[in-house]
Design a protein. Sequence first.
Length: 84
Amino acid sequence: MKTYIFRVVIESDNKEDGTKAYHAFCPVLKGCHSWGYTTEEALANIKEAVEAYVEDLIKAGEPIPSAAPQEVEVRQEPVVAVTV
């Protein structure tokens, strides 16, 4: 079992109607983006997007990106990540 910890970026970004929102993305996973009305919602949504992206990579037999240590940390043991 391996644990992958992906760096994500959350940026303030207003919707077209001016409503406050947040854009979230994972730089190492090209095209993996999400958003939310709060930073917490954006983080929860990008977590789901990253999980789905990695599951799709596995199903397709593609490698999981791990060569960029500033973007991905790979651990051999299970870990719990807490973002506060």
